[in-house]
Write a protein of this length. Structure first.
Length: 320
């Protein structure tokens, strides 16, 4: 069981330059204690410097709050990153290290990147996804389709699915807007484009089987509930109420709005014009469809002071 003496012992071994040698020659029980001690030192660094910024970029504010708030797939990624840093330390800490936290902080990126690439390679996914020249030719050099092809190759090596779906179509719709400068496309459009990319990839069957089909086969499938024998006779069970469903829809719309606003601001469009246009499209009649909310939005956007407050809030969220 881990205690403070284990951590103190690891710090002492690090100061003497003996941590890696001690781990290499340790019995399984001693090595487990060494791993546990290094883990207790490494995990706060990983969460603060890797996990938290990543979850903010992914627009998971709940996950960025702390370990207990991490979603299952985000928690798995966090543990993978910590394990990578621990293994790196037990193999590479061969020189005297006075400040173990400081040394680990400098090794976070190379340790996690190497481990990520190694895990991808083990299942056949490309470690550094790049667009083969033949695939670019097959896609007629279309900038967005070529970018989407790289996204497909990258996603193939990610262990999780996009919820109950295979591909993260919503995220790719936002990226499409960034690449093309066009409005966010609907899911049917993205689905057609993904199928077009996959068709081009299948022109090289062996390559496709190794680098797309094989890694996709390693994805962890989402768990679906077992249907009851008399499911056809029973009404659907509502796990959440209408208010919670609408809240979830609004959160999803808010994420899409922030992505669209950020994309247009990056092009140099005026903030007030951008915020007004995006909010009207996503939260007005084309959005959730609540007439009361539509009236409130129209009133708020027509009020100069309230609009300036909304714009200021959006820019603050985007750190602009």
């Amino acid at each position: 069981m881990l205690d403070s003496t284990d951590v103190a012992g690891v710090r002492r071994l690090a100061r003497d330059g003996l941590l890696a040698d001690s781990a290499a020659g340790a019995t399984p029980g001693v090595r487990a204690r060494l791993r546990g001690a290094v883990y207790s030192v490494a995990w706060p660094l990983v969460f603060t410097r890797i996990t938290k910024p990543l979850e903010r970029r992914r627009r998971h504010p709940d996950c960025a709050r702390g370990l207990e708030w991490l979603r299952p797939d985000c928690l798995d990624r966090f543990h993978d990153d910590v394990e990578a840093v621990v293994e790196h330390a037990l193999r590479r800490a061969t020189d005297p290290i006075e400040n173990l936290e400081g040394w680990l902080a400098t090794r976070l990126n190379p340790a996690t990147v190497d481990a990520h690439r190694r895990r991808r390679g083990e299942i056949g996914a490309l470690q550094r996804p790049r667009l083969p020249s033949w695939l670019g030719d097959a896609l007629a050099g279309d900038a967005w389709l070529c970018d989407l092809a790289v996204q497909v190759l990258t996603w193939a090596g990610v262990p999780t699915t996009a919820g109950a779906e295979l591909w993260p179509l919503d995220a790719w719709a936002a990226r499409r807007a960034e690449v093309t400068g066009e409005a966010v496309a609907d899911r049917d459009t993205i689905d057609r484009e993904v199928r077009k990319v996959l068709t081009a990839m299948r022109s090289h069957p062996k390559w496709y089987a190794e680098h797309v089909e094989r890694p996709l086969g390693h994805k962890r499938a989402p768990v679906a509930p077992m249907p009851a024998d008399n499911a056809a006779e029973l009404p659907a069970l509502e796990l959440v109420g209408p208010d919670e469903i609408e809240d979830a829809q609004l959160v999803e719309l808010a994420e899409r709005a922030l992505t669209a606003i950020e994309t247009r601001l990056a092009r140099g469009d005026p903030p007030k014009e951008v915020v007004t246009a995006v909010l009207r499209v996503l939260f007005g009649a084309a959005g959730v469809g609540d007439s009361t909310r539509d009236d409130w939005l129209a009133t708020a956007l027509a009020d100069r002071e309230r609009l300036e407050g909304i714009v200021a809030t959006v820019l603050a969220i985007l750190d602009r």
